[in-house]
Design a protein around this ligand. Structure first.
Ligand code: PBG
Length: 328
């Protein structure tokens, strides 16, 4: 490379057309997955206080919202359920008439284009709020939980889920789910694995949305330590080995190095989850007039993609889809 004054980096920044020619990262509506909440015991949609614009939906409001998501060209939604009844073993998570199973059926009936992804976890369904069933001493029983996660995945596939997404951070969850799906003739249902999921404070608003905060203790016995990156590579490698079709890093913004490293190392499609706390911070600052929401969100999602994410799960997805359409 020549140096100044032969080289002038500003030459290619002079006009919008030149900038467009050399733009390296393009955010596309096809990259987006929109997470949504559906609750059993409500009569009308309920806005989640720390997540303005995001609702716990009824089955009806979910279906109409999904129609608008599809119209915007977003290819997929991710569903979380809030059951009216929670118990020690999270039985509403894998009930054939559970809220997520009903929601998948309702969406599929109304809308065939969009991919419906079921989140496979137990924390929204257990009375204690942990992501699996507990041993007496409050520790999550990994191997017994695997059976229930597998049952959950199969029940979602029965309802018509296009993808299942295990997020419990149990060892062996991808393999257990792959086996169960295959045994039930769902060998074509892909798994999007929350592979490197950190024990993060950025999930705070989600736990309010999903009413899933652990009643005692925390999730550090199964979710990853935010200090670790090599361990994330081992998690991802293990999930790919067990049959994951898409792997995920979560959260996104404080973990861009993890995304980048994963992208360099693995060829499996890589998703990043721009989580609830990341959304809430942007919303709070923009409500105060302290930041330009649109520019901040586009910059953030572009950064996540530049780091290496192929897919981005984001509560901003609908807004981003609209802004991208306006830009064209
Ligand atoms: C369930 C789950 C969580 C999120 C996605 N799936 C919460 C948690 O692990 O506590 C967080 C999503 C978000 O914060 O937006 N295990």
């Amino acid at each position: 490379m020549s140096s100044f004054p032969e080289n002038r980096m500003r030459r290619l920044r002079a006009t919008p057309a030149l900038r467009r020619l050399v733009q390296e990262t393009w955010l596309s509506v096809s990259d987006l997955i929109y997470p949504m909440f559906v609750a059993e015991d409500i009569n009308r949609p309920r806005e989640i206080e720390p997540m303005p614009g995001i609702f716990q939906h009824t089955l009806d409001s979910l279906v109409s919202e999904v129609e608008s998501v599809a119209e915007l060209g977003i290819p997929a939604v991710l569903l979380f359920g809030i059951p009216s009844h929670k118990d020690e073993v999270g039985s509403q998570g894998y009930a054939s008439d559970g809220i997520v199973q009903e929601a998948i059926r309702a969406i599929k009936q109304a809308q065939q284009e969009l991919a419906v992804i079921g989140d496979v976890c137990m924390c929204e369904y257990t009375s204690h709020g942990h992501c699996g069933i507990l041993l007496e001493d409050g520790i999550v029983d990994n191997d017994r939980t695997l059976e229930l996660l597998a049952e959950t995945a199969v029940s979602q596939a029965d309802a018509g889920a296009d993808i299942v997404a295990p997020s419990a951070m149990m060892d062996g969850q991808v393999g257990a789910i792959r086996d169960a799906l295959d045994d039930n003739d769902y060998d074509n249902v892909p798994i999007m694995a929350y592979s490197a999921k950190y024990a993060s404070s950025f999930y705070g608003p989600f736990r309010e949305a999903a009413e899933s905060a652990p009643q005692m203790g925390d999730r550090r016995g199964y979710q990853m330590d935010p200090a670790n990156v090599n361990e994330a590579m081992r998690e991802i490698e293990g999930d790919i080995f067990e049959g994951a079709d898409i792997v995920m890093v979560k959260p996104a913004l404080a973990y861009l190095d993890v995304i980048s490293k994963a992208k360099q190392r693995f060829d499996t499609p890589l998703a990043a989850y721009n989580v609830s706390g990341e959304y809430s911070m942007v919303k709070a600052a923009s409500a105060n007039g302290w930041i330009d929401e649109r520019r901040i969100v586009m910059e953030t999602l572009t950064g996540i993609k530049r780091a290496g994410a192929d897919l981005i799960l984001s509560y901003h997805a609908k807004d981003v889809a609209e802004w991208l359409a306006e830009e064209r």
